[in-house]
Design a protein around this ligand. Structure first.
Ligand code: UDP
Length: 246
């Protein structure tokens, strides 16, 4: 634990939170539920205002996924670019909600669109966080054939984050889908290799490998439980940690 981390009472000095596009849909099946965005923004605001440096990667699956479009006959790379633009829409929504909670934010896009977002520049992103701004990394990695999970692992490594938090619809990683299988059990801790070998679908293999190479702990928790992000930062509540060794 770093000096700054112990001063603010958290286990972490700087973290990256990955929020899937689907998390923004609420109970809907497409698009953005403003109430859900506001709830998530409130949680992020509480953590940021407690002194932890926070950056975000937001997916785009609530609007557009390249793989799904390719299955319907669209060129995959073209579909992926559309998917990356979807993440920018989500980023602007979350930025707006965070600012309503009094949190200064910057959206940095991996695809240049200077009228709506800053270009992604690593050192500038670090500076924003040092000044207490929440940085939202939009447009994934900027490359087709990748996912925002991989973008999250990449940016977390670049930002030298203490952990990559993945906010999902369930409170950790289970042996099977707990919404379908009553016997599913939640893992407290897993290794990166467990996730790959058991094919647990927490994040894609590229993201897990990147986290492993950079010794970046991944913490999986339920983003829909109000206040869960703050609790996880204090080591409370339910979550699964993915690390090098159990
Ligand atoms: N995408 C991409 N490169 C990236 C990140 C995302 O091409 O580095 C595209 C891809 O088409 C993906 C879509 O953006 O399906 C939305 O991202 P993702 O599926 O990761 O969102 P999530 O599942 O987190 O909502």
């Amino acid at each position: 634990m770093t000096e700054q981390a112990s001063e603010n009472g958290h286990d972490y000095r700087r973290v990256l939170l990955k929020i899937s596009g689907e998390a923004l849909m609420g109970d809907g099946s497409y698009g953005i539920a403003p109430q859900m965005v506001d709830t998530i923004a409130g949680d992020v605001a509480a953590v940021a205002q407690s002194g932890v440096e926070v950056c975000l990667v937001i997916g785009g699956g609530n609007i557009f996924r390249g793989v799904a479009a390719a299955a319907r006959g669209m060129d995959r790379a073209q579909g992926d670019y559309a998917g990356m633009l979807a993440t920018v829409i989500n980023a602007l929504m979350v930025q707006n909600a965070l600012e309503r909670h009094g949190v200064p934010t910057r959206v940095m896009s991996a695809i240049h669109m200077s009228s709506v977002a800053e270009p992604y520049i690593r050192r500038r992103a670090v500076r924003h966080m040092e000044k207490g701004r929440v940085v939202i990394f939009a447009a994934g990695t900027g490359n087709p054939f990748f996912t925002t999970d991989t973008a999250a692992a990449l940016r977390a490594a670049e930002m030298d984050c203490d952990a990559l938090l993945k906010g999902t619809q369930v409170d950790g990683v289970y042996s099977a889908d707990p919404r379908k299988d009553g016997n599913a059990t939640r893992f407290e801790t897993l290794t990166y290799l467990d996730v790959l070998a058991k094919d647990l679908h927490v994040m894609d293999a590229a993201a897990i490998s990147l986290a492993r190479e950079n010794r970046l702990p991944i913490v999986v928790f339920n983003i829909h439980a109000p206040g869960a992000f703050s609790r996880v930062m204090r080591g409370e509540g339910l979550f699964t940690r993915i690390v090098e060794a159990r």
